[in-house]
Design a protein around this ligand. Sequence first.
Ligand code: CA
Length: 233
Amino acid sequence: MVQEHKLIMVVEDEEDILALLQFNLMKAGYEVSCAARGVEALEKIAAKRPDLVLLDLMLPGIDGLEICRRLRADPSTADVPIIMLTAHGEEEDIVRGLELGADDYVTKPFSFKVLQARIQTVLRRNPDTDTPAEDDTFCCGDLQIHPGRNQVLVAGEPAELTFTEFRVLLTLASRPGWVFTRYQIVNAVRGDDYAVTDRAVDVQIAGLRKKLGSCGRYIETVRGVGYRFQENL
Ligand code: CA
């Protein structure tokens, strides 16, 4: 199996969680490197580039967000996938982490199965195929999105979306199951200089859901964090 050769760096200061993760990841066939402190994590990552980082946010000293920022700022680690390990009530940090470039997060306590599924998704991910090609039609139940034609069909009928609504939908649907923060949505749709408010995105989403009718349910609100396209309903 491919995953046998993947190196996962686990950054976690709680010893029991660290030990449990190490045990389960090794059992699942991954190579595992561990760090309980930010400095140690950065040193180990610099010495040997991991294929993925599991990153606890609440760490003594250099915290998870700062590690995330530094990894993204360094060209040699800019594209190493990061899954944040977060606690309940850390929504603001989750939002910041996603905006700093973390790929995903799981909230403690999590089942190892869930974490493993996220790891596999992130490791499989190919940045080149994230966005559907112009001619690719995206289908999900009664919903059809034709990127090249700027067209959306709900149960065969065209939905009259504004260009912005269309771009928001395309952004979310390009990575089903992944959470986008409002800021990320606006960036994807308008570029970096558009002055954004959370409210502006919420209004787009509300309009989009209404126009999509029965397919509006695919757009899920992730409380305190943002939105995601959920196809497995
Ligand atoms: Ca911690």
